[in-house]
Design a protein around this ligand. Structure first.
Ligand code: PEP
Ligand code: MN
Length: 364
């Protein structure tokens, strides 16, 4: 996917000393004490650059806590004064933008439920014309990369260059391990298509539960994300929203300490080793392709034989046998059986297609 976007580097608006950007803070601003005490804990731990707090909360059903609104904005001003942390809030309407800017919020983010709606995003873009403020755009709740990119185009169209993406996962139709499925391949495609847009992982909204935060954070760091946004609350179990996924500021510190932060850049020794390993991969991939080509040549012969003997293309017993034996071979080779199964489904589909083509080929 392509789009012409003018994006300022992350370092132009926040100083992280080359480390991943860390945004931490409660799902929602509830009371002045809760906002300040949580911020103090986060600042004391020293890992965060920006303090987040939801002031307007998009809730699935009415009747849940919908945020304190304008009343909470002076609390965030106090956070800035007392801790030196920058602040970030979610904006969903032009009025939110106006108020957030009036109270000196440093960074705005567009929530997943807003990114899905081009009308809303355009309204925000119009409100942001002529304003120089960083805007982070969460992925839409549905796995649609184009919709996410469209939101960037609209906001960039308003002249905003300090942009970032937040990967918070995609909602599920069924109950799954995570509250929102990461679908890492979509974020990887985003990253490869738009290498200039900083990408921030939101393990909190992917996980839905504290227990999964570390594994999702590690995954984001292994994929070389530029930062993280993680929910933290002075007393998570009592939080007015997203209680089960928040960590105390100290527990967040411990969790971050358990993460391996890998190097994004490397020296020349490393580079030559990398080149050597990549060259070996290139060779192996070529061999894989040659093996596939030989396999297809045999499939073609098989198709001709079936045609001449008037045998159907698909024999279920044979397919079951292929299916089982390949999964067992995979296990004995330490490969994931599920992955091998997917691979063979593809190979088998192509084999059926080829044999059908041979069946219908005119014989001379
Ligand atoms: C949030 O960050 O608290 C939030 C509402 O997230 P999302 O837009 O990802 O659902
Ligand atoms: Mn939340």
């Amino acid at each position: 996917m392509k789009a012409n976007l003018n994006v300022s580097p992350l370092e132009s608006w926040v100083n992280t000393d080359g480390k991943p950007l860390i945004i931490a803070g409660p799902c929602s601003a509830e009371t002045e004490e809760q906002v300040l005490e949580t911020a103090e804990g986060i600042a004391r731990n020293g890992y965060a650059h920006i303090y987040r707090a939801g002031v307007w909360k998009p809730r699935t059903r009415p009747g849940s806590f919908e945020g304190k609104g304008e009343e909470a904005l002076p609390w965030l001003q106090k956070v800035k004064e007392q801790t030196g942390l920058k602040t970030a809030v979610e904006v969903a309407t032009p009025q939110h933008v106006e108020l957030a800017l009036k109270y000196g919020v440093d960074v705005l983010w567009i929530g997943a439920r807003t990114t899905v709606n081009p009308f809303n995003v355009q309204d925000l873009a119009d409100a942001l014309k002529g304003v120089d403020v960083p805007v982070l755009i969460k992925n839409p709740v549905n796995p649609d990369l184009a919709l996410w990119v469209g939101a960037f185009e609209r906001i960039a169209g308003a002249g905003i260059t300090k942009l970032g993406g937040i990967h918070r996962g995609f909602s599920n139709a069924q109950e799954t391990k995570y509250r929102n499925s990461p679908m890492w391949q979509i974020a990887v495609e985003f990253k490869t298509s738009f290498p200039d847009i900083p990408l921030i992982g939101d393990p909190s909204h992917m996980a839905g539960k504290r227990a999964y935060l570390a594994e999702l954070t590690q995954r984001a760091m292994d994929l070389n994300y530029d930062g993280l946004i993680i929910e933290s609350h002075r007393n998570p179990d009592e939080a007015w929203s997203d209680a089960s996924q928040q960590l105390t500021p100290d527990a967040l510190g411990e969790m971050l300490n358990s993460i391996e932060f890998r190097n994004a850049t490397y020296g020349t020794d490393f580079q030559s080793e990398l080149d050597r390993l990549r060259a070996r991969l290139d060779n192996l991939d070529r061999e894989l392709m040659e093996v596939l080509a030989s396999r297809m040549a045999i499939v073609e012969q098989l198709g001709e034989y079936k045609r001449d003997n008037n045998v159907a293309v698909l024999q279920l017993d044979r397919w079951k046998h292929v299916h089982q034996s390949r999964a067992e071979w995979a296990k004995s080779l330490n490969l994931y059986p599920e992955v091998v199964e997917e691979l063979f489904k593809l190979i088998h589909m192509e084999s059926i297609r080829k044999q059908t083509e041979v069946m219908n080929r005119q014989t001379v």
